[in-house]
Design a protein around this ligand. Structure first.
Ligand SMILES: Cc1ncc(COP(=O)(O)O)c(C=O)c1O
Length: 414
């Protein structure tokens, strides 16, 4: 018998060593200033490469104005209650309609966090006889949605972006199939920036009579000519059965949306526990999101600028010898062989303290042991000077730390 709190005094669990130190440098770093390309960390200005505001819409004047007017009219508290009970308004309904139109789907349902959206969508749709087949690199919200669904014990993770592996799972499931199949993938993979092969996946889901849910948290507003996402980018938006976008990234707000056919969306509205049993989005956000969607629709130049910044950053880092893997989106992962976690931490300190560059770092098991991945998010709000200063910092880091960039980590089977 032990005390349930016993583990809390040791250094186990997620980032246990950092937790024990009450660290706020590597984990839970304390940032200051409005979110944007320049922020403050530990008393100094830093160029921020770690926030997902792809279109640079943080601090947007039109959005701010819409939010201020909503605050004046409805306060921070309206509406009270979940959409099912007392939290629905014509403004929520209009926003759902606007989002559905934007995504070329008949209907949409709002959620208060993207995480809750994915969790609620999967767990409401997948019943005891159904099966989930998902990409092995799926985001925690997909994994947790699967665990919450009664199919938690019957989910099939296929090898990352590997159509043969997906097909093998579909074949195996079909042998004893009693119910439906939901295939779940991300659109843009949030860590590596590579894209799901949505065309191939759509072909397979048609062949095996499955449905496809695409969590496009990093593609929504970002990918495709009109920002409709990875489906638009790859020419298969109409074939995606259920599309998910978060408002926490390109939309620089909070909340999320699942869009699809009328009846499945209505089913989700009535059965997603994360929607039915949670207070609905406050009016301040509903108003802000409507204005944000108008910006996303009316200002394609924001996407063009984001791609320019991404191209400049990715080209500069590659020219220095850094490996940015197989990204096909603005997400810029920089894989550096380090040998140890200690070395990865020294690099982060160097970037932050000597050069004022703030990046997040990802280590094993997302990348192979001995490799650190600095994950950088270029946005439309970064200047050319931000990029050039950052590339110079990476050049100096390479030289000072004598980094051997000739080794390329294999990401296969991760
Ligand atoms: C792929 C993916 N899905 C879902 C989420 C959850 O979204 P939110 O932050 O809006 O809760 C994220 C956020 O990190 C994500 O990257």
């Amino acid at each position: 018998m032990t005390d349930i709190f016993e583990k809390c005094y040791g250094d186990g669990g997620y980032f246990g060593a950092l937790r024990k130190l009450d660290d706020t440098y590597f984990s839970r770093p304390i940032l200051d200033g409005a979110a944007g390309p320049r922020m403050r960390f530990q008393g100094r200005e830093v160029i921020m490469w770690a926030i997902n505001s792809y279109l640079g819409l943080t601090g947007n004047a039109r959005v701010r104005q819409a939010a201020a007017e909503a605050l004046e009219r409805w306060g921070t508290f309206t509406p009270m209650g979940s959409l099912m009970l007392t939290g629905n308004t014509e403004h929520h309904i209009r926003l759902e309609k606007e989002l559905a139109d934007f995504l070329l789907k008949p209907a949409a349902v709002l959620f208060n966090y993207g995480y809750l959206g994915v969790l609620g969508t999967i767990s409401s749709l997948v019943g005891p006889d159904d099966v989930i087949v998902m990409d092995r690199l799926s985001h925690a919200s997909i994994v947790d949605g699967t665990l919450l669904a009664s199919a938690g014990r019957r989910f099939h993770p296929f090898k990352h972006n590997d159509l043969d592996s997906l097909e093998n799972h579909l074949k195996a499931v079909n042998k004893t199939r009693k119910g439906g199949i939901l295939i779940v993938t991300e659109g843009v993979y949030g860590m590596r920036g590579d894209l799901a092969d949505l065309k191939g996946i759509c072909d397979l889901k048609d062949r095996y009579e499955a449905r496809l849910y695409v969590d496009d948290a990093h593609g929504f507003g970002v990918m495709g000519e009109n920002g409709r996402g990875t489906g638009e980018h790859l020419g298969v938006q109409e074939r995606i059965d259920l599309y998910f976008g978060t408002f926490a990234k390109a939309f620089a707000a909070i909340g999320g949306v699942t869009a699809g056919e009328e009846q499945p969306i209505r089913w989700i509205k009535y059965n997603a526990r994360t929607n039915v049993f949670a207070k609905s989005l406050p009016m301040v956000y509903v108003a802000a999101l409507s204005a944000t969607l108008a910006e996303v629709r009316e200002r394609p130049e924001l996407r063009r600028r984001m791609w320019e910044v991404a191209g400049r950053l990715q080209k500069g880092l590659t020219a220095l010898g850094y490996d940015i893997g197989d990204t096909a989106s603005p997400i810029t992962p920089v894989y550096v062989p380090t040998g140890s976690e200690q070395m990865a931490m020294s690099m982060m300190r160097l970037l932050r303290e000597d050069f004022g560059i703030f990046v997040s770092a990802v280590t094993y098991p997302v990348v192979p042991p001995g490799v650190v991945m600095f994950r950088m998010i270029p946005t439309a709000a970064h200047s050319d000077q931000d990029v050039d200063q950052t590339i110079e910092a990476f050049r100096q880091m390479r030289d000072r730390m004598k980094l051997d960039l000739s080794q390329k980590p294999s990401l296969k089977n991760r």
